[in-house]
Ligand binder design. Structure first.
Ligand code: BGC
Ligand code: NOJ
Length: 811
């Protein structure tokens, strides 16, 4: 079945039937106010924090999936329908949803009436605009009503879904001039409210869900809509909603345009009320005034468009492969920004209540956005470093609103600290801005001791060195990158968190993956010291990495590949001696990325073992053979049925490390074959199996051991986004920022005749043209920079003018 197609020119994914295999979503907002929106207008929005400041109520895992959202109902005679099909699911004569950069445009047509609506969050504001046009395409005059509908969440999304004995009594609203204000808890400890308004004067409103929908009815048949009239209800407790009714009389072929405003506003404590019991609506009025006219809405849309064009303009490529082109130029970069904004907090799979910002996740997210949002990357790096403790461990997660580490989960994930050096190095290579190293951020437990970012980086390496196990390899703690390899948890209590259970003190369990990551972090740090002119410090760090490489070769090599770990009793994991879980992907990736075995054949052997044992047409599975039963000493990984998630699922994230590793060894064929195998755009061809959005990466595709191989889950918020962009742009196309300048060193399939890249880097725009007339995978024969021959592959920042022409010949 076909559900849609890419519109590459407009950077949109066009969905042509509403009953997609799963809800296919998009994100609205890029600063403080965000929303998720599905192709049937489902979803919710929030201010900064999806848990603590949620505006709209959304019922995850409901039936049908994706219930509740930003609904428009049309009552046209006896027919009630929604332009996005849901929730009435009245069959439409025409339907189209275009997910674009920061906006979603839905168009539905029924019985000659067309409704178009574009949802977006304007830059610099904390609201959604719903720009609506109703057209009468029929030859007769029509009278119809349009109802805009939202259901308020009582701010704390967790409490909202659980604490009904209280919540059914706290809900409060105000209505003024046809605008609905959600003011629950405004009287007491909150200084913020939400609003739902329309620039046209409504014929009626409702704010009590029981009045608008009914108690026994559903959103597919709300009472007020069926009756054709809102009841002007005022909510007292129960479930406050915002419903606005607009009546239209449309001449043949006439149309009407209006827009809804759904937003968040704050007042200073002393300005909360205009008179007792009446909230001060001034912040809303100011916004409503600015967006009184459709022209202002349109201008805001154009501004948003320009914003995205500018961001994406930092990197644009012309390549022969259409999948690579659209992912690199639009969707992959767009997804990188979403992961930067939201980490793993709010998506179709992340409820916004759970995890907040992950330490390792957010550090890795920076790798994919630092070229287009360096300032935001810098801020994020400082926030992250501030959640490191003075002994070097890091809070595994923090809440975006408070920026405080989440003490429920705490630290002790021993890979966490090492991602900071990688991310800071990426920032430095991109910007050349060494001032970040002196920024003082302190430690989470000792804020008065203002440690600098450089102190944090040093501490991160020392943390690993101070936490080595019996083989000289890093102790794993609760888990490393693989959150489910819990070697110290031994959990037999239902419901216990695998990540938190178990005592890691005194444990001997070691991770070969962290060992490789440590070597890579050392290399980055050495480069950083060289950049600072401290050659001796650089050399000292490289020696420390050599020591670790020695330990890996001695104790972390299994003959044909790198071991994965040693368990708490010192037994091997990821070895041919094991019955299940003989080979894992992560340690193959990170040992090669950490420079182990590059010259002695081990790296090649390890990658060939990945190919032979783990590679499938849909990507590389995480390990083999899958664990068939639960193993107390392995933890969550063996809790998943074979083929899903960390238990031999195709975890897209770590596929990218193997792609990079293959380019390091010059195998451009394999690197790109792996790239395409997991590329979402290629999945349109098998979409009924794949099911998830074909325009963004999903965390996981079911592996060959699963009953549903090829089925994807957990789309959008995954570290795959940043790493896939890094792998394709820096390692396959080979346009790579380094401390010393922009390096061009592609590793591509032989059949490519060449490609072009436009890259903005340290204030200059590089127009790079690579030709591969001799049909090689790798090897730069000549580079000319503004016509001048360059020796080596790194273009120093001072070479060339503002617009730099770079011609590269491979051969
Ligand atoms: C998932 C992991 C995830 C972890 C986060 C586990 O259930 O399988 O992918 O990292 O939860 O807490
Ligand atoms: C998803 C988590 O967000 C990430 O931190 C972890 O590395 C992967 N799952 C693998 O377990």
């Amino acid at each position: 079945m076909q559900y849609g197609h890419f519109d590459d020119v407009n950077r949109e994914y066009v969905i042509t039937r509403p009953d997609t295999p799963l809800p296919w979503i998009n994100y609205l907002g890029c600063e403080d106010f965000f929303g998720i929106i599905s192709n049937t207008a489902g979803g919710y929005c929030f201010y900064r924090d999806a848990r603590l400041r949620r505006l709209l109520r959304y019922r995850y895992n409901n039936v049908p999936l994706d219930s509740n959202g930003r609904y428009l109902y049309i009552k046209d005679g006896a027919t009630v329908w929604n332009p996005g099909w849901k929730p009435t699911r009245t069959p439409l004569d025409k339907y189209e949803c275009r997910h674009g950069l920061g906006y979603t445009a839905i168009r539905g047509e029924k019985n000659g009436i067309e409704v178009r609506v574009t949802y977006f969050v304007p830059l610099g504001d904390s609201l959604e605009l719903w720009d609506v046009t109703v057209c009468n395409h029929s030859p007769r005059a029509r009278s119809l009503s349009l109802f805009g509908f939202v259901e308020w969440c009582l701010w704390d999304a967790q409490d909202d879904m659980t604490n009904f004995q209280r919540n059914f009594s706290t809900g409060q609203v105000e209505v003024e001039d046809g605008a609905v204000f959600h003011v629950t808890e405004y009287r007491e400890r909150r200084n913020h409210f939400a609003y739902f308004a329309c620039n046209a004067k409504p014929a009626g409103f409702d704010t009590a869900r029981d009045a608008f929908v009914g108690v026994h009815e559903g959103l597919d048949c709300p009472r007020a809509v069926l009756a054709g009239r809102c009841t002007n209800s005022l909510a007292h407790g129960w479930a406050p909603v915002g419903a606005l009714q607009l009546d239209f009389n449309l001449k043949p072929h006439a149309s009407r345009r209006c827009h809804f405003l759904l937003g968040y506003a704050e007042n200073r404590e002393e300005q909360k009320y205009v008179r007792p019991g009446v909230a001060n609506k001034a912040p809303f009025r100011a916004v409503a005034k600015r967006f009184a006219k459709s022209a202002a809405v349109e201008a805001a849309r154009r501004q948003l468009q320009a914003h995205w064009e500018k961001l994406l303009g930092t990197f644009q490529a012309e390549v022969e492969d259409p999948h690579l082109a659209r992912m690199l130029n639009t969707w992959n970069q767009y997804q990188c920004v979403a992961t930067l904004n939201l980490s793993r907090s709010a998506s179709g799979y992340e409820t916004g209540i759970g995890r907040g910002m992950g330490y390792r996740d957010s550090n890795q997210d920076i790798l994919g956005v630092v070229h287009l949002a360096p300032q935001r990357a810098r801020e994020r790096l400082c926030d992250l470093a501030a959640t490191q403790l003075s002994d070097g461990t890091c809070f595994h997660q923090y809440q975006p609103l408070t920026k405080k580490g989440n003490s429920d989960i705490g630290g002790g994930f021993n890979d966490d600290p090492l991602w900071l050096p990688l991310a800071v190095a990426a920032y430095l290579k991109e910007t050349g801005d060494a001032s970040i190293l002196k920024a003082k951020v302190g430690y989470a437990d000792k804020n008065q001791k203002k440690a600098t970012i450089l102190d944090h980086l040093e501490l991160s390496l020392r943390y690993t060195e101070h936490n080595l196990g019996p083989h000289g390899l890093p102790l794993i703690g609760h888990a490393d990158w693989n959150d489910c390899l819990n070697l110290n948890c031994f959990s037999s209590t239902p419901g216990e968190s695998f990540q938190c259970a178990g005592d890691i003190r005194g444990s001997r369990a070691e991770s070969v993956m962290i060992a490789g990551l440590y070597c890579a972090a050392c290399t980055e740090m050495a480069g950083l010291y060289e950049f600072l002119g401290q050659a001796e410090a650089a050399r000292a760090i490289l020696r420390r990495a050599e020591t670790m490489r020695g330990a890996i070769v001695k104790h972390g090599w299994d003959g044909g590949w790198f071991l994965r770990a040693y368990d708490a009793r010192g037994r091997k994991i990821g070895s041919r001696e094991c019955e299940e879980g003989q080979i894992f992907v992560e340690s193959q990736g990170w040992c090669v990325l950490g420079g182990v075995g590059l010259n002695d054949g081990r790296a090649r052997l390890a990658l060939d073992s990945v190919k032979a044992r783990l590679a499938t047409p849909n990507g590389i599975v995480l390990q083999q053979p899958a664990y068939a039963t639960y193993h107390l000493h392995l933890g969550e990984i063996s809790s998943y049925p074979p083929g899903y998630k960390e238990n031999a699922g195709i975890f897209s994230h770590n596929n990218t490390w193997i792609q990079i590793a293959e380019t390091m060894l010059g195998n451009g064929e394999r690197a790109f074959e792996y790239y395409l195998s997991m590329c979402p755009s290629t999945k349109e061809a098998q979409i009924d199996t794949y099911r998830a959005e074909p325009y963004v990466y999903a965390q996981m595709t079911a592996g060959r051991d699963a009953p549903t191989p090829g089925e994807a889950k957990n789309s959008w918020l995954t570290g795959t986004a940043s790493w896939a962009f890094v792998a394709a742009s820096q390692h396959i196309l080979g346009v790579k920022p380094t401390f010393k300048g922009l390096c061009i060193d592609p590793c591509i399939p032989r059949a490519w005749r060449g490609f072009k890249v436009r890259r903005v880097f340290r204030g200059k725009t590089y127009h790079i043209e690579v030709s591969n007339l001799r049909g090689v995978n790798r090897g730069v024969k000549k580079i000319a920079v503004d016509g001048e021959p360059l020796s080596g592959t790194v273009i120093p920042p001072e070479a060339g003018g503002k617009e730099v022409r770079v011609r590269v010949e491979l051969g």
